[in-house]
Design a protein around this ligand. Structure first.
Ligand code: ATP
Ligand code: MG
Length: 317
């Protein structure tokens, strides 16, 4: 019984700008916008939505698999994931290309400006979930090459596998018909507040229509927590206050990992959401998307400082 994480696999180049982007955007000059930000620091980190989610799931004791395509520069990243308990068997190297690269600049108010180069990721559409043996029992479809996302949706439907649809950053690039197909029949749908509005706009679907098509719909709202909806219930999940915020990148991925881990353990949705919130907070407290580290014991102890789990999380220990 495995979770297969599909999504981008990338290196993140994280930069910090010691000011506010908004102070340099001239409304009256938008036609000829030309900005260059001198940054204070730059780090290359391991990233990409699929390994980010898989990494936090592995910290929580799962053994997820990742599927995707990478460049020749991936070997040290593979060794790292394997050492953390992530199965990389289905990560394929594309000779002569680079692993996808995400360049993100974060300012003092945590506003971000980013660019993403696909590189080897553009071959992900040629992979196949049908080739994964044994057949996974749950697939996470997170932002990836748009062709790969549509192919994964179709394959999950054909193979009868439940999938979590997480179109996030790719909402603007995925064809509306493919977005509609992705939502229709998804086991669960995850977006942040902004992406939720975009999704409604691009698909033309109403909230009610979406709720009739998926079992679980989660909207994360940054420091306002998150909202989990099913046909008969709605839960508001508060945040776990971070000790410090070093970098917001990857917080959504960590949230998904915590949620899915709880869900796979058969825990109730409130608990799954709260596990997501705590997993997200751990990520916020470090620079990078896979720099946080904890044991399941540490996670449960911290969880119990904020939420009463009535012993349910003993299952993690
Ligand atoms: N400032 C914060 N303090 C505490 N928790 C936070 C904060 N920001 C985010 N979180 C947690 O992370 C979850 C996901 O955050 P958010 O809605 O910002 O995701 P996102 O926009 O998809 O992030 P990204 O795409 O940058 O990874 C929230 O529901 C919340 O639990
Ligand atoms: Mg996100």
């Amino acid at each position: 019984m495995t979770v297969l994480c599909s999504g981008s696999i990338a290196y993140d180049y994280l930069m910090t700008f010691p000011g506010h982007f908004k102070d340099h955007i001239l409304q009256e000059r938008l036609e000829t916008i030309s900005l260059s930000f001198l940054v204070d620091s730059m780090n290359r980190q391991r990233g990409g939505t699929a390994p980010n989610i898989a990494y936090s799931m592995a910290l929580l004791g799962d053994k997820p698999q990742v599927i995707g395509t990478v460049g020749e520069d991936f070997e040290s990243y593979r060794a790292w994931l394997e050492s953390k308990g992530v199965d990389t068997t289905y990560i394929k190297v594309i000779e002569g290309d680079y692993t996808a690269s995400f360049f993100v600049n974060t300012d003092q108010s945590n506003a971000q400006i980013a660019s993403f180069y696909s590189g080897a990721m553009s071959y992900a559409k040629d992979l196949s979930i049908a080739a994964v043996k044994p057949k996974p029992d749950f697939v996470i479809i997170s932002p990836d090459d748009p062709g790969a996302m549509s192919r994964s949706v179709q394959e999950c439907k054909d193979l009868g596998i439940d999938y979590l649809y997480d179109p996030s950053q790719q909402i603007v690039r995925v064809d509306p018909a493919d977005l509609i197909a992705g939502v229709d029949g998804a086991h669960s749908l995850f977006v942040n507040e902004y992406e939720c509005e975009l999704l409604l706009k691009h698909t033309g679907l109403s909230e009610e229509q979406i709720m009739n098509q998926v079992q679980i719909w989660v909207v994360t709202c940054g420091n306002n927590g998150s909202k989990i909806r099913t046909k008969d219930a709605e839960y508001h999940i508060p945040v776990v206050k971070p000790e410090q915020i070093l970098d917001p990148t990857g917080v959504g991925d960590a949230f998904r990992a915590g949620f899915v881990r709880g869900y796979r353990l058969g825990l109730d949705l409130q608990t799954c959401g709260q596990m997501g919130a705590l997993a997200a907070t751990y990520c916020l407290e470090q620079k990078g998307t896979q720099s946080h580290d904890y044991t399941t014991e540490m996670f449960v102890t911290r969880y119990r400082k904020h939420f009463d789990d009535e012993g349910k999380l003993d299952i993690l220990l």
